[in-house]
Design a protein around this ligand. Structure first.
Ligand code: B1M
Length: 209
């Protein structure tokens, strides 16, 4: 079964195996969202459990993540609707000290699919870099991602820096990532919390309306 092949290839970090599996699935008219959820994300979830249980270690997780990103690039044109007029602008990044970008990349794809122009600042983005990007791009939305309990506090520093730069009223701030909760979002003064990329896109559409 092709989804199982994709899942196993991702866990092995086999970039070509993942790409071949995805191509085969697309050629057989399988829905891109099914390939994403049942092929790629379920494998990443398994890797996460194995990582926690010390069955795999950082190098294996890294090569699996590389295969995941390669697979997502192939799926991207199918997930993102084409020909949509830009409806708004977002600046997006993973906060300082945090190198996790798979979830952020998915959020970027979904926001682009919702018709937003996204300036992706990457990972390990400092508060100063977020402020500079807001000054440069004048976005409707600033999206902050954090995957570590040790870096989620950095989101508050970014919001403070945006306030100190006098830009808080110009942007809506959306936060997300595995350890982030809606209560945490309220506590740090964010406007919106989204639990996953689909919710991020729904919330973003509401914010730019
Ligand atoms: Co990391 N890591 N990691 N890791 N890693 C976690 C997060 C961890 C939970 C693993 C575990 O112990 N089970 C744990 C965190 C524990 C904690 O803080 N409580 C952990 C740790 C400890 C670490 C290191 C410290 C390990 C070490 O070095 N000893 C280290 C830290 C490095 C650093 O960042 N400074 C580290 C390193 C890495 C790798 C580099 C090896 C690799 C990242 C590669 C990469 O991203 N390019 C990695 C990975 C892959 C993971 C796991 C296995 C998978 C994360 C992932 O990509 N998930 C992860 C375990 C897990 O989550 N099960 C783990 C799939 C992705 C689609 O989901 O990112 O949650 P997620 O994104 C979702 C939502 O959260 C949401 O939407 C996304 C899609 O639906 N979302 C948003 C995310 N951002 C959003 C923004 C929004 C809205 C929604 O608005 C703007």
């Amino acid at each position: 079964m092709v989804l199982q092949d994709i899942n196993q290839a991702l866990q092995r970090g086999d970039v070509n195996g993942v790409k071949q599996g995805i191509q085969e699935a697309l050629d057989s008219d399988m829905k891109p969202r099914v390939i994403l959820n049942e092929g790629l994300l379920s494998a990443m979830e398994t890797i996460g459990v194995k990582f926690k249980n010390n069955e795999v270690f950082v190098p294996e997780v890294l090569i699996a993540a590389r295969a995941m990103n390669a697979g997502m690039e192939l799926l991207k044109p199918k997930l993102v609707e084409t020909g949509v007029e830009p409806v708004g602008t977002a600046v997006l990044g993973t906060v300082k000290g945090d190198l996790h970008d798979i979830g952020k990349n998915l959020v970027r794809m979904m926001l682009e699919g919702a018709g937003l122009t996204v300036y992706d600042l990457g990972v390990d983005v400092s508060a100063e870099q977020f402020v500079a990007a807001i000054q440069e791009h004048d976005p409707h939305i600033v999206g902050l991602s954090a995957l570590l309990t040790t870096t989620m506090g950095e989101m508050k520093s970014v919001i403070q820096a945006i306030e100190e730069a006098g830009l808080r009223d110009k942007v809506k701030i959306m936060v997300g990532g595995a350890p982030v909760t809606s209560k945490f979002a309220v506590d740090i003064g964010a406007d919106v919390y989204a639990k996953d990329a689909a919710e991020a896109s729904t919330e973003a559409k509401k914010l730019v309306q």
